[in-house]
Design a protein around this ligand. Structure first.
Ligand code: BYC
Length: 314
């Protein structure tokens, strides 16, 4: 029986069909998806913090409104993703607990500080740009609920990327001081953005199996290269330089060659030793505890409504 189920699962994967929650799936497939989707969801909600830091200090009403919309979108992305994870039989509260107790990860990128307004532009342009590059292929992920969540997320990420680019373009065409802020932000966010794609293929323990299952469609290095090739011409339009003396177009490969990434820094940040890891988690746990009453009030309201309508709630 189990062999039949495995054969059916393999046939769906081979035919590039979607696996749905009702379908049988190997335990390791389920576990990998829970790990990746949860890490992704955690990244979305922790990712609200660096930019949220600038909402009260945005330079105009228009910028403030746009930034608030963007940060709210990130909360929404977290919601879609926790929802997708729940279809695999885990509970959102359980996943949050794993985040808060450091048993699950979130993206390394959100452990860097946002020290000027230009950082909001650099995050939009580079971090959301990297996110789109990584996430567009996830719209074709073999697990249906994750793939469908990604379609909506990618549409919103495109707006995020454009708003970041536009902030940097404005600063870059502004006063020398504004231009300096834009360049400084790009200098600080460039290398961490390249790290978002994960370790080099040779050191990526999960890639081979995730690609065989159609969860990942491209390897970490392939996506990183795609991002560099897409971003270098955009830097030219912005009139900003990327902080890599080795960066050059290679006629032979048709790609941009770039310098060595500091993988020691990456692993330090992933292990919890980045500049803001402590602050991010502390803030998240506090927000969770202080916001608990909202969930309790919503549950009490739902129970009251249901009892009025004579429906039993779980
Ligand atoms: N940071 O075998 P590998 C956003 C871990 S949200 C931390 O290559 P995999 C946004 C990896 O988990 C951006 N850890 O793994 C939000 C694994 O450890 P475990 C988030 C990382 O899963 C708000 C180990 O290293 N995007 O854009 O095959 C505002 C070995 O790696 C990182 C996603 O989550 C990292 N950067 O590939 C603005 C996208 N990289 O779990 C923007 C979905 C690797 O075995 N996720 N690790 O203990 C993915 O596409 C894949 O999970 C990854 C890693 C490419 C990230």
């Amino acid at each position: 029986m189990s062999a039949d189920l495995q054969t059916q699962f393999d046939a769906l994967i081979d035919a590039d069909e979607r696996i749905e929650p009702r379908d049988w799936m190997p335990d390791a497939y389920r576990k990998t998806l829970i790990r990746q989707i949860a890490q992704h969801a955690h990244s979305e909600i922790i990712g609200m913090q660096p930019e949220g830091n600038w909402i009260t200090r945005a330079p105009s009403l228009k910028r403030k409104a746009i930034l608030m919309a963007k940060v709210q979108d990130e909360a929404g992305h977290g919601l879609y993703l926790y929802g997708a994870a729940e279809t695999l039989g885990v509970d959102r509260a359980e996943l949050l607990d794993l985040l808060h107790t450091r048993k699950q990860k979130y993206s390394s990128i959100f452990n860097y500080p946002t020290i000027s307004w230009a950082d909001v532009g650099a995050i939009g342009w580079l971090v959301d740009g990297a996110a789109i590059t990584n996430q567009v292929p996830l719209c074709r992920c073999s697990y249906g609920p994750y793939a469908r969540a990604m379609i909506r997320i990618c549409k919103e990420e495109s707006f995020h990327q454009r708003q970041g680019f536009e902030i940097l373009l404005t600063l870059s065409n502004g006063t020398p001081a504004q231009r300096g802020l834009a360049q400084d932000a790009v200098n600080r966010w460039w290398w961490p953005s390249l790290m978002m794609f994960g370790p080099p293929d040779a050191d990526s323990p999960n890639s081979a199996q995730s690609m065989a299952w159609g969860i990942k469609r491209f390897s970490n290095d392939e996506l990183r290269q795609k991002f560099v090739d897409m971003t270098v011409p955009q830097a030219g339009v912005l009139g900003l330089t990327l902080p890599d003396p080795e960066l050059r177009f290679d006629e032979e490969t048709g790609h941009h060659h770039f310098g060595e990434i500091d993988w020691t820094e990456f692993y330090q940040v992933v292990k919890g030793n980045g500049p803001c890891n402590e602050q991010r988690l502390r803030h998240r746990v506090r927000a969770h505890e202080e916001g608990a009453w909202v969930g309790e009030a919503a549950a009490a309201y739902a129970a009251k409504q249901a009892s009025r309508e004579g429906v039993a709630v779980a």
